[in-house]
Design a protein around this ligand. Structure first.
Ligand code: IMP
Length: 834
């Protein structure tokens, strides 16, 4: 009895402390009172109260890292697609219910406050979200890890659909405030650009290179705390912001042109202004190159600063530091570390090179040629003259090594060179990254095989031990526990909560397929989630969808290789079938699309218009009724994804085999109990292995068949001529059926398929896709069978936790073991500042 009273008293104290903290932030941090506080203020005061909790653990964690002197991992990425932080922080800190109670007692609608938070959208798609999932896993596993990136003032644009077409609006996410970050004015590093290199000989008779007359930009650090899941660890994501240096351009200043001098300074701050919005394609712009070096240089400086706090011998760097390059985007860190070691630390070349190779590891994310970075030598030389010399020196030595290994093979030399010599001379960043790292990994088993046997075959022959696979993963804390509380709770009730940190625990759900009480509850959860999404669709698209229809979803960047267009061909085919047989039996479907197109990607933008044009015909045709609706959800983002996955029945993963490196959306869908229709591409193959062939819908050519057909000669017109339904569908698109007022609008799309070779082989896969969709509909008719397969999909997702991926990176690439952070693990006493 007394114990109960004591517990209740503690709970009350706790509640009062939360309320006090919230009210103090409202008053002292924000300067607001009951007359002026908006809902947005309430979100901010709440976020600050949560941040206080993070900061306590953050200081402990960081001190513990210093005290233990463990090896640290630095994850370098030009993108971190974090989404919102409030819900995730509350869940990971284990204080969600306490804060809900406190805010509710103050009269706030807790869930409504979450909606006030802007997404941190500092990424385009898979690569950036992977980085975010990795940060969550590394903190959850107490790995001493740091994410390093750029604090773009404008993240990925906000997408609006106007008259069926994509419009881009700036994402000015920092306009008001970002309550999560801490600015670190003491971490202000100069980053140099341009200038020239002078060669001198020092007193010891050694040749010394000096990079002089540079234009400097300051990189200032902003830290975001990254909490682990209920383990007291809080790691750091450090993002760099460009600030002008203090000294003025003397030329303008002496001319008395003060304003011009200030303007010039301000221009340097554009480096961190905006994220480049193209996914899986490079733009080759000078500003992007500068952004990449800005990240590389500031980060290397920071890495060495932290290392030097405890050590003096830089040869020990690889024992204390691992640097993972998220694609080649941050690969200038390789020549930057070499420059620092050679020119500033006076290390010998061989030692510096050994240290560099042992420190770096490179993750490849794509085999699409248009996404492989190559920088023209002429502007590399202008912007980073010393680095170009170093890259050339690396290449000369590397070419000698290749010659020795493969004498007389000059073709091989030119294929492998870091410098592309044909046409315009260019630096091949992937070659630099492979040569300068001890590990090169792909992100799914098939992708890694393609890297080894096709894309980087020569390198694999030379350094087989460097190549390895790390199949991507996702964090179940965000993508199940936070995004889908009803399903998470149902699962926990049945198998316990162990899955939150060991996703293989989901295996235990297999037994639930035979539990006559569990299955209906599973179905009820899915239905409730679908109702919520239906309400969203009604509000934002003014379309009333049938909640009993199959929610057939394809949400991802719009890209030809991902084949949203193939999905549209199926939509039109189904429409035609209904029109031909209006009284027929059809399994109702709601086709849900979402995704952004790069602003300069003409075809991708046209595909968005086509989806919307088809939608406006289908959705308004009385013959169709509620058997079919086509919905394009604008502004696909992390937050919108969190609403879509829980409500999905069918997950469309239909890229041409051999083109999607891994995919992670496929994992998020299946984790939330959607069945997949997909090609044997990327991680789909591994999903099939885990959930069983009979619980996934596979269609289309394999990667090997795609290659063979290309070699043999692929003629899309053969398929068009032989398949009347396909012909009709394409003729409708080309003939203006969906846009009578602009009959030629979609002709370029059909041109790509019929007259430009259909590179992604939509027509070759059409028949098999449509047949597979018929099978999908058949299974959906049996709702219990569908639920059974859905449960087995969730049950099979153990492998796809990013915790498993990170454990593999840590063990096999970084050589880092997890630490356990307990409160007070540092020397810090709670509440102690100095
Ligand atoms: P940073 O490594 O400079 O980013 O520092 C991050 C945090 O690590 C600081 O706020 C301290 O809590 C902790 N820290 C920094 N230097 C030391 C040290 O020398 N010993 C113990 N903890 C440190």
């Amino acid at each position: 009895m007394n114990e109960n009273i004591a517990t209740e008293a503690t709970e009350l104290d706790n509640l009062m402390l939360i309320i006090k903290s919230f009210l103090e932030h409202m008053e002292y941090t924000l300067g607001k009172d009951k007359y002026t506080a908006t809902k947005y203020d309430a979100f901010n005061a709440l976020a600050y109260a949560v941040r206080d909790k993070l900061v306590e653990r953050w200081l402990d964690t960081q001190q513990a890292y210093y005290n233990s002197d463990n090896k640290r991992i630095y994850y370098l990425s030009m993108e971190f697609l974090m989404g919102r932080a409030l819900g995730n922080s509350l869940i990971n800190l284990g204080i969600l219910d306490d804060f809900r109670e406190a805010m509710t007692s103050l009269g706030y609608d807790f869930e409504e406050l979450f909606e006030e938070e802007q997404d941190a959208g500092l990424g385009n798609g898979g690569l950036g979200r992977l980085a975010a999932c990795f940060l969550d896993s590394m903190a959850t596993m107490s790995i001493p890890a740091y994410g390093y990136g750029i604090r773009y003032e404008y993240g990925i644009f906000r997408q609006k659909i106007v008259d069926g077409a994509q419009m881009e609006l700036p994402d000015n996410w920092l306009r008001y405030r970002n309550p999560w970050e801490l600015d670190r004015q003491e971490h202000l590093h100069p980053v140099k650009f341009y200038g020239r290199v002078i060669t001198t000989v020092n007193k010891q008779g050694n040749v010394v290179k000096e990079w002089v007359d540079t234009e400097d930009v300051m990189a200032m650090a902003y830290d975001t705390p990254i909490p682990g899941y209920q383990n007291n660890t809080v790691n750091t994501m450090r993002l760099w912001s460009a600030k002008s240096s203090r000294d003025f351009d003397l030329k303008f200043f002496n001319e008395g042109n003060y304003i011009r001098a200030v303007e010039k300074k301000m221009q340097t701050e554009t480096i961190s202004k905006v994220l480049y919005p193209a996914d899986n394609v490079i733009e080759g712009k000078e500003l992007r190159f500068k952004q990449e070096y800005f990240l590389a240089s500031a980060t290397i400086h920071d890495v060495l600063y932290r290392f030097k706090k405890k050590h003096t011998d830089l040869k020990l760097l690889p024992e204390k530091v691992a640097i993972q390059l998220n694609d080649t985007h941050p690969a200038l860190a390789i020549p930057e570390l070499m420059r620092v070691l050679l020119d500033l630390e006076n290390m010998e070349w061989d030692d510096a090179w050994k240290v560099t190779k042992k420190t770096f590891a490179y993750t490849n994310h794509t085999i699409l040629p248009e996404a492989l970075e190559q920088w023209p030598v002429w502007f590399f030389e202008q912007i980073l003259p010393r680095h170009l010399q170093i890259v050339f020196d690396i290449n000369t030595r590397f070419m000698e090594e290749v010659k020795e290994r493969f004498p007389g093979d000059s073709d091989r030399l030119s294929r492998m060179s870091i410098v592309e010599e044909h046409w315009e001379r260019k630096i091949r960043m992937a070659h630099l990254a492979i040569v300068g790292s001890h590990s090169v990994n792909g992100v799914a088993a098939l992708h890694t095989e393609i890297i080894k046997n096709q894309l980087f075959r020569d390198f694999y022959e030379m350094y087989p031990e460097r190549f390895n696979n790390k199949t991507n993963g996702i964090t179940q804390r965000r993508w199940l526990k936070m995004a889908n509380p009803p399903l998470a709770d149902l699962i926990s009730e049945y198998i316990g909560t162990g899955w939150t940190t060991d996703l293989y625990e989901l295996e235990k759900l297999r037994a639930a397929t035979k539990d006559p009480e569990f299955v209906p509850r599973w179905q009820a959860v899915k239905r409730a989630n679908k109702e919520r999404l239906a309400a969203y669709i009604l509000k934002h698209n003014c379309i009333e969808v049938n909640v009993d229809s199959m929610f057939d979803c394809q949400v991802k960047r719009i890209h030809e290789y991902k084949r949203q267009l193939l999905n549209v061909l199926h939509v039109i085919t189904m429409y035609n079938r209904i029109k031909e047989n209006p009284a027929g039996e059809f399994v109702p479907r709601t086709f849900i699309f979402g995704g952004k197109a790069a602003p300069a990607y003409f075809t991708a933008k046209l595909i968005i218009r086509l989806i919307n044009a088809v939608g406006s015909v289908v959705n308004n045709d009385p013959d169709v009724g509620d058997r079919m609706k086509v919905v394009f959800l604008a502004n696909y983002s992390v937050s919108l994804a969190e609403d879509i996955f829980p409500a999905s029945d069918l997950s469309e993963q239909i890229s041409t085999a051999g083109t999607e490196a891994s995919g992670t959306g496929n994992m998020k869908f299946a984790l939330n109990g959607a069945l997949t229709i997909g090609t044997l591409d990327g991680a789909n193959i591994e999903i099939m292995e885990e959930v069983g062939k009979e619980n996934i819908f596979i269609f289309g050519l394999t990667a090997a068949e795609v290659n063979n057909l290309r070699k043999k000669g692929y003629n899309p017109r053969d398929y068009y001529n032989r398949q009347p339904e396909l012909k009709k569908t394409l003729d409708m698109i080309a003939g203006g059926f969906f846009t009578p007022n602009a009959p030629d609008l979609f002709r370029p799309i059909v041109d790509i398929l019929l007259n430009q070779g259909d590179y992604y082989m939509l027509l070759a896969d059409y028949a098999s896709y449509v047949a597979c969709q018929e099978e999908v509909s058949k299974v959906y008719l049996d709702q219990d069978e569908w639920a059974r397969r859905a449960i087995l999909n969730t049950a099979g997702m153990g492998k796809f936790s990013s915790d498993r991926t990170i454990a593999e990176y840590a063990r096999e690439i970084w050589g880092i073991s997890p630490m356990n952070i307990t409160p007070g693990a540092g020397s810090r006493q709670p509440g102690e500042t100095f």
